[in-house]
Ligand binder design. Structure first.
Ligand code: CA
Ligand code: CA
Ligand code: CA
Length: 296
C-alpha cells in the first residue's frame, strides 16, 4: 500500500507535506507570528496526520509516547519590554535616606518575566528580591524602598520578557540631602536699635540654597546670591519694632530660619523742661540742674 497524505496542523492552520524522496516528506513552514508563551505549556501543540490510500490514519500529537515532544513548538517573539521609571524623577533632590523606587514595566506579547526584574543602586548588589510587583495591563508596577546615604546616586532597572528579550536598561540619577542648610546672618545682630530706616541684611548659606527674607511678615522679593553663598538685601524699616525672618531652603526642601529684631528710632529726644536751682547762685556755691526729657 502507499501513503496518500501527510498533513501538519499548527495553530489552526494545516500544511500538506509533500513527498521529496522515497518515504521522506518535507516542507518549510512559517511559524505562527505570535509567541507561544500564552499557549498551554508555552508551546503550540501540533498534530501530524498520515493517511494511506485505504483511508487508515495515524495521528501523532503531544500525547504520543515517542514523538509527543516533537509536536510541541516553542515560538519566540523578539520585542523587548519597556521600562518607565516613575520615581525618583531624573535629577530629583530628596530629603530622606529612604528612597522610593517605582517603575512600570510592560511587554505586549510574551509578557514581563517577573523574576527577571532587578534594581541596582550605584554599583551596589543587584536586587531581585523584596521588590513589590503589582500586576498592571501587560506588566507590573514595581516598587522598592532603598536606603541610601546623603549624596548623588543612580538607580538602574532591568527586566526581560518571558521569551528572553532584555529591555533597554533605564536609569534615574538623584540627590539625597537630609541636612538643613547652614545659615549665618552677619547683619543685623540678634537685637539692634538704629536711627537708619534702611539697613542691609547680609549673611552666608549653602550654595545650593535659595534665601527668603520676610520683614514684618512681608516677603522682601528675590535675593541675589554669590557663587559662594553670600547674600545681601536692603530693607526699609518701619518706626518702632521690626521682625526680620531669614530662611534658607535647599533643593531637597530642608530649611533653616534665623530671626532678628530691630528697633528703628528716627526721633531725637524732646526736652520738656529745664530748671536751675538756685539761680542766681553765689560764686563758688553749688547749683542743681533738673532736666525733664522724653524719647520715643
Ligand atoms: Ca516582548
Ligand atoms: Ca542640605
Ligand atoms: Ca528717639
Amino acid at each position: 500500500m502507499a501513503i496518500k497524505t501527510v498533513d501538519l496542523y499548527v495553530n489552526g492552520q494545516s500544511y500538506n507535506i509533500p513527498l521529496v524522496s522515497t518515504g521522506t516528506y518535507r516542507k518549510q513552514i512559517t511559524a505562527p507570528n505570535k509567541s507561544s508563551w500564552n499557549e498551554t505549556d508555552h508551546k503550540y501543540a501540533m498534530q501530524l496526520k498520515v493517511e494511506d490510500v485505504a483511508g487508515n490514519v495515524t495521528t501523532i500529537d503531544k500525547n504520543h509516547e515517542t514523538f509527543g515532544e516533537k509536536m510541541m513548538l516553542r515560538v519566540l517573539e523578539d520585542t523587548p519590554p519597556v521600562i518607565t521609571i516613575t520615581s525618583p524623577a531624573q535629577s530629583a533632590y530628596l530629603g530622606s535616606n529612604a528612597v522610593k523606587v517605582e517603575a512600570n514595566i510592560t511587554d505586549t506579547e510574551s509578557g514581563v518575566d517577573p523574576d527577571s526584574i532587578t534594581i541596582q543602586i550605584d554599583s551596589g548588589a543587584v536586587i531581585s528580591s523584596g521588590i513589590t510587583k503589582t500586576p498592571i495591563t501587560n506588566g507590573y508596577k514595581c516598587s522598592y524602598t532603598a536606603t541610601v546615604q546623603d549624596g548623588q546616586h543612580t538607580v538602574r532597572i532591568n527586566a526581560s520578557d518571558n521569551d528572553g528579550n532584555e529591555a533597554v536598561e533605564k536609569t534615574a540619577s538623584f540627590t539625597v540631602d537630609t541636612v538643613a542648610p547652614e545659615l549665618n546672618v552677619t547683619y543685623p545682630p540678634e537685637t539692634l536699635i538704629t536711627n537708619k530706616q534702611t539697613i542691609t541684611v547680609t549673611g552666608k548659606t549653602d550654595t545650593d540654597c535659595s534665601v527668603n527674607i520676610k520683614l514684618n511678615n512681608q516677603d522682601q522679593g528675590p535675593i541675589s546670591m554669590s557663587g559662594t553663598g553670600e547674600f545681601s538685601k536692603s530693607i526699609t524699616l518701619k518706626k518702632g519694632s521690626n521682625v526680620i525672618v531669614i530662611t534658607s531652603t535647599d533643593r531637597a526642601g530642608k530649611s533653616s530660619t534665623v530671626q532678628r529684631e530691630v528697633q528703628y528710632d528716627p526721633d531725637a529726644p524732646v526736652v520738656v523742661s529745664i530748671e536751675l536751682s538756685p539761680n542766681p547762685v553765689g560764686a563758688g556755691e553749688t547749683f542743681t540742674i533738673t532736666v525733664e526729657a522724653t524719647d520715643d
